[in-house]
Design a protein around this ligand. Structure first.
Ligand code: PLP
Length: 400
């Protein structure tokens, strides 16, 4: 690894080796440059850092604990630990970058946060941050998703956000992204676009990583404090890759710690039935940046599927794409069924109901534990599963 990894990647044009960058229209390019400059000017200031620290401690409830899973380890072997991002305020890691992005907006004198949301998790986290700072919040969401994700739509509205239904095309995430960008470009002076993962054009993959690094920084220290050593293996689920990069970033220099990103294998590894971007994809362009992606015959983003809607994106963060090529992290898949089984195992053995996204990481940790009973495994439990309970029980039923 480079001597100062975080200053080397991304480079000043937003590249992680060949991945990332900003392939966007000139108007947007100018706006992204302004956000980048503001980010470097403001986020390193004492005022910004101390306010973010205070928010993390007093509002989000950080540091979140690292917990040793006694019964899970007893049953499957290994020593399995969880970084409890499910206990972060609002129930997932997403608030870490939303609070950072909203704080940046406040320092820039912006009045409105604009974003798209698919399943609604990013919309809810951003609406939470907007309420905290007294900013307006406008969330663009496909009509199909609005119908599917009713509780999150209600949550956003309770928190004071405006939900803008997107009615063209397939009426899902892709159209919502275009609609949100359009709204942002109409008023870039007063508004700011807030992306939901380590994806999109530069500077978002860098900014979101920086705001998520707190997860890994805390977890590494907590783990060493609890055990006197580093974990042998670190596991996180990968949609766009923000919770994984937050965790991995603290261990990149530790050659003895192996990193595992877990992608959704869905129903099968046939195109259209999964979202295993790095396992099955090829380098290409999506939404203004370069990364591994899943494409159809025409080179367009392919349809993707996962039981965990937070994981079904046909691209992935450029930094993960680089880490894969460098063999610094391993990427593998867990299918729907394995994730559902892990959802119930963690609930019944530890009293922790995980998000279906996080259940992919739990399932992989169980497999690793069975294969390597001597190792210690640290899982990033990215979120809690309350949002998924009705769906899981209706579709899969309760186990005996
Ligand atoms: C959104 C979400 C994810 C996937 O996003 P990443 O950017 O890959 O972290 C994972 N877990 C939970 C709980 C989520 O809400």
């Amino acid at each position: 690894m480079a001597e100062n990894y975080f200053k080397t990647y991304p480079n000043k044009d937003g590249f992680f080796k060949e991945y990332g960058g900003a392939f966007i229209p000139p108007v947007l390019e100018a706006e992204m440059k302004k956000i980048t400059d503001a980010y470097f000017a403001i986020s390193k200031s004492h005022a910004f850092i101390s306010e973010l620290r205070s928010i993390r401690k007093h509002y989000q409830g950080r540091p979140t604990p690292v917990y040793y899973c006694n019964r899970l380890s007893e049953k499957y072997g290994g020593r399995i630990y969880m970084k409890r991002e499910d206990l972060n305020h609002s129930g997932a890691h997403k608030l870490n970058h939303c609070m950072g992005e909203a704080l940046l907006a406040k320092h820039l004198g912006k009045k409105k946060l604009i974003a798209e949301t698919g399943a609604g998790q990013h919309g809810v986290a951003l609406a939470t941050a907007a309420a905290y700072f007294g900013l307006e919040c406008e969330i663009h969401m496909g009509e199909v998703d609005i119908a599917k994700e009713h509780p999150n739509v209600v949550r956003m509205k309770i928190l004071g956000a405006t939900v803008v239904p997107v009615t063209h095309g397939l009426k899902t995430l892709k159209e919502a992204v275009d609609s949100a960008f359009e709204a942002y470009l109409k008023d870039p002076i007063n508004s700011i676009y807030c992306i939901g993962s380590v994806v999109g054009p530069h500077p978002f993959p860098m900014m979101v990583r920086e705001f998520q690094r707190i997860v890994g920084i805390e977890a590494r220290e907590q783990f060493v404090d609890m055990t006197g050593e580093l974990p042998d293996k670190v596991v996180a689920c990968v949609g766009g890759g923000s919770n994984a990069i937050g965790m991995f970033s603290a261990f990149l220099e530790d050659d003895e710690t192996k990193l595992y990103g877990v992608e959704p294998g869905g129903l099968s590894l046939e195109l259209g039935e999964h979202a295993a971007t790095m396992t099955k994809g090829v380098p290409g362009m999506i939404h203004g940046f370069k990364c591994y992606n899943l494409q159809d015959e025409k080179g367009e983003p392919a349809p993707v599927y996962s039981v965990a809607s937070g994981l079904d994106y046909p691209g992935v963060g450029p930094e993960h794409s680089m880490l894969k090529d460098l063999n610094k992290a391993n990427y593998d898949v867990i299918n729907d069924k394995e994730a559902i089984d892990a959802f119930y195992e963690l609930s019944r053995l530890e009293g922790i109901i995980p998000a279906l996204e996080s259940a992919h990481a739990v399932a992989y940790a169980i497999k690793l534990a069975q294969k390597h009973p001597q190792s210690s495994i640290l899982v990033n439990l990215s979120g809690r599963g309350d949002k998924d309970i009705d769906f899981v029980v209706d579709k899969y039923g309760l186990p005996n």
